[in-house]
Design a protein around this ligand. Structure first.
Ligand SMILES: NC(=O)c1ccc[n+]([C@@H]2O[C@H](COP(=O)([O-])OP(=O)(O)OC[C@H]3O[C@@H](n4cnc5c(N)ncnc54)[C@H](O)[C@@H]3O)[C@@H](O)[C@H]2O)c1
Length: 446
């Protein structure tokens, strides 16, 4: 079989490469010439564990190629996937201009029966809009439209694509379902559940899924606030409720609020879809508000840790990516928290294993460091914003020696309060009692 992937970003590149691994001939197209040039040279434009090797393997096998020529991607294809961006527009609705442009371009190049698949996350009703656009552009085209949302997570994208919890296929056409089943054959054989439904249900599944997960995170974050006031420990609470099979333990990690390329825009888009259809999504609207307040409150927490004033203080930041194992900083908590600290006069030094180049496009006046210890040097406070593995086992003794004051704000709860106490740190984490007993030793003589 043969497919074209229109849009070679996170989703297009990962899913195109994984389809090639399934034995399908894949042509990945992007309008960004620079990106395609890099890919042709084997230079992967995103940080995603395992992707470089897999791309190299599939290119060598002759199953994966890259182009800017639409005809190359569409002609002879059994299916053409639309995997372009759907960023938030000014009013929070998904900006559909890229999807609509892609549909128009594909229409002109169709030369046989083709399934046009929307893999981008799109508002309910988009499959019908795509169908209308293609029909208008090319009345003779033989095609069906199918919604096939993607659930991969950056940082674990290949595994998520190869071993998904389910595949969702939304179309009215039996013929299109047949093509999709053949494309996903290796997963079908593995008995991966397939939800075959209408385009509207499929499109809703993607938004409802992300909104539910964002709600779960926001819920435990508010419980963490309560724990801080009562002396309870949010990690024990999360474990205690998560072991209930009806609740489940995933997405119950309290932290600085969700960010990333999907949750913020998808929750916002869902509330807009709800408004448009006269079915307000009140819970999700509240989640959006609570989450945005939370990111701001994290900056206040850091200012408090510095005694209420950060003017002229040196704040060390560990991690700027929105989560570990990615260089993506879209809507990352760091982009909210750091400028608020700088507005109060703080000098920020930061390190991230992969995302500094991306973050440097968004953040100003940061002293970018080569590792965590350089960040810690002369810092008044050290803040963990992203829980990269390499931050989990830092030498606390060495950090303490380098820092001006031994104060650690851990927004991801990756250290044990008792270890921090042993090492004489003042330790502020999320939803757990603050370690203050060592405050005197934390304030080193200068
Ligand atoms: N990133 C994720 O983790 C993730 C997960 C699931 C779903 N999604 C959804 O998938 C979609 C794509 O997200 P992404 O993160 O891969 O975006 P991205 O910004 O990384 O990539 C989109 C790519 O599409 C290209 N493009 C735009 N218009 C084009 C056109 N007409 N022809 C050819 N190429 C074109 C852009 O140049 C860009 O390279 C979004 O709707 C997103 O919500 C993303």
């Amino acid at each position: 079989m043969r497919i074209g992937m229109v849009g070679t970003g996170y989703v297009g590149l990962v899913s195109g490469t994984c389809f090639a691994e399934f034995g399908i001939d894949v042509v990945c197209l992007d309008k960004d010439e620079h990106k395609i040039e890099r890919l042709k040279k084997g230079d992967i434009p995103i940080y995603e564990p395992g992707l470089e090797d897999l791309v190299e393997k599939q290119v060598k096998a002759g199953r994966l190629s890259f182009t800017t020529d639409l005809k190359e991607a569409v002609e002879g294809a059994d299916a053409v996937f639309i995997a372009v961006g759907t960023p938030p527009g000014e009013d929070g609705q998904a900006d559909m201009s890229y999807v609509e442009a892609a549909a128009r371009e594909i229409a002109g190049a169709l030369d046989r029966y083709t399934v046009i698949v929307t893999k981008s996350t799109v508002p309910v009703g988009t499959a019908r809009v795509v169908e209308k656009i293609v029909r208008e552009e090319n009345p003779k085209a033989e095609f069906d439209v199918c919604s096939n949302p993607e659930f991969l997570r950056e940082g674990a994208a290949i595994n998520d694509f190869m071993r998904p919890d389910r595949i969702v296929i939304g179309t009215d056409s039996e013929r299109a379902v047949e093509v999709m089943r053949r494309l996903y054959r290796p997963l079908y054989i593995n008995e991966t559940p397939m939800v075959v439904t209408t385009p509207e249900s499929s499109e809703t599944i993607k938004y409802a899924g992300n909104a539910f997960l964002a709600t779960k995170i926001t819920f435990i974050n508010e419980i963490a606030n309560l724990c801080e006031q009562t002396g309870a420990n949010v990690q024990d609470v999360a474990r205690g409720i998560g072991l209930d099979g009806r609740i489940g333990s995933k997405f119950l990690h309290a932290g600085p609020g969700y960010g990333g390329s999907c949750f913020p825009k998808d929750t916002m888009a869902l509330t807009q879809i709800g408004q448009k259809h006269g079915a307000p999504q009140n819970i999700v609207e509240t989640v959006l508000w609570v989450n945005s307040e939370r990111q701001k409150s994290m900056a206040l927490r850091i200012i408090d840790a510095c005694g209420g004033n950060v003017d002229g203080k040196r704040i060390g930041v560990l991690g700027v990516a929105f989560k570990p194992n990615t260089d993506d900083v879209r809507e990352a908590p760091s982009l909210q928290i750091i400028p608020l600290l700088q507005d109060e006069g703080a000098k920020v030094a930061a390190y991230d294993p992969a995302a500094m180049e991306e973050a440097a496009k968004e953040l100003e006046k940061i002293e970018w460091c080569k590792d965590a210890y350089e960040v810690a040097k002369d810092a008044d406070v050290l803040v963990i914003i992203t829980e990269w593995n390499e931050f989990r086992a830092l030498s606390l003794g060495k950090l303490g020696e380098l820092m001006k004051s031994k104060v650690l704000v851990d927004l991801r709860n990756i250290y044990k309060p008792e270890d921090m106490e042993d090492k004489g740190f003042r330790y502020i984490s999320i939803g757990r009692p603050e370690i203050r007993s060592s405050e005197k030793s934390a304030l080193k003589a200068v």
